[in-house]
Write a protein that binds this ligand. Structure first.
Ligand SMILES: NC(=O)c1ccc[n+]([C@@H]2O[C@H](COP(=O)([O-])OP(=O)(O)OC[C@H]3O[C@@H](n4cnc5c(N)ncnc54)[C@H](OP(=O)(O)O)[C@@H]3O)[C@@H](O)[C@H]2O)c1
Length: 230
């Protein structure tokens, strides 16, 4: 990857969360490569982004083609399809690329409710992805606590903290991505093993959305963090 490569692939970018990120990153001027199992679906999603964001740099591909050459590859498929999707793009991944795991092992994967999570042998969805990616590819966990509805509403800032976990250099690169979306604040979440905590917070947020009747999605804000931007 070169420093000038600003492309972001979003696999499963045809779905709720992925399309939301695609809209936001396209609005920020980044080159967005939407991936799908069916290239035509990705092309349709890319047209939707282009219609919503004037001057958007966005295209649709099959998942492997979207992965090729992208600096950052975001996996945006349901937890139960994470392993198969990661295996399907394995040959397309190259050292230096960063894979972002956004998946949450919700119990819906086994027909149970969305307000609890499943145990994952590796510890988290992110660590499952890390166990399947080739050497030299870094996996970072991020965006699990951000609501798709808020992402897709381009008229308003997203207002959510994003806890980012992974090895230091790729973690920093993904923290910088958060700054592209108005209202998102990146929080240094330390090593990838912390993904299991962040993923389970999503189940809590879904329960809060139900109890407080906020279908748009409740976000996360941590207080007392020193401002490191100064
Ligand atoms: N929705 C939210 O508010 C939210 C919030 C936080 C985190 N997340 C996480 O973000 C990820 C995506 O969520 P989502 O709500 O966008 O999911 P989704 O809309 O249900 O699905 C996303 C995409 O996954 C692909 N997909 C579906 N079945 C598949 C299969 N059998 N094999 C491979 N790919 C398949 C589809 O893309 P193609 O058919 O085009 O291949 C689909 O458009 C999940 O891991 C979720 O936990 C979601």
């Amino acid at each position: 990857m070169t420093d000038t490569n600003d492309s972001i692939a979003i696999l499963g970018g045809t779905g709720d969360q992925g399309l939301g990120l695609a809209l936001r990153f396209a609005k920020a001027g980044r080159d967005v490569r939407i991936g799908s199992r069916v290239p035509e679906r990705a092309e349709t999603a890319a047209r939707e982004v282009a219609e919503a964001v004037s001057g958007a740099r966005v295209s649709g591909f099959g998942n492997s083609e979207a992965t090729q050459g992208a600096a950052i590859v975001i996996l945006s498929v349901p937890f139960e399809h994470t392993a198969s999707t990661t295996k399907a793009i394995k040959e397309a991944l190259r050292p230096g690329q960063i894979v972002v795991s956004m998946g949450v092992p919700l119990a819906t994967a086994i027909g149970d409710g969305a307000v609890r999570t499943l145990g994952v042998w590796q510890g988290s969805c992110a660590e499952l992805v890390a166990s399947l990616t080739p050497q030299g590819v870094d996996v970072v966990s991020a965006f699990q606590n951000v609501s798709a509805h808020r992402l897709r509403d381009l008229e308003h800032p997203v207002e959510c903290d994003v806890v980012v976990s992974g090895a230091p250099a790729p973690r920093k690169a993904v923290m910088e991505l958060c700054g592209l979306v108005e209202g998102l604040r990146a929080v240094d979440g330390g090593p990838l093993a912390n993904a299991r905590i962040v993923e389970s917070i999503t189940a809590l947020l879904i329960g809060l959305n139900i109890r407080y009747r906020v279908p748009e999605g409740i976000g996360l804000r941590l207080t007392g963090l020193p401002d490191r931007s100064a």
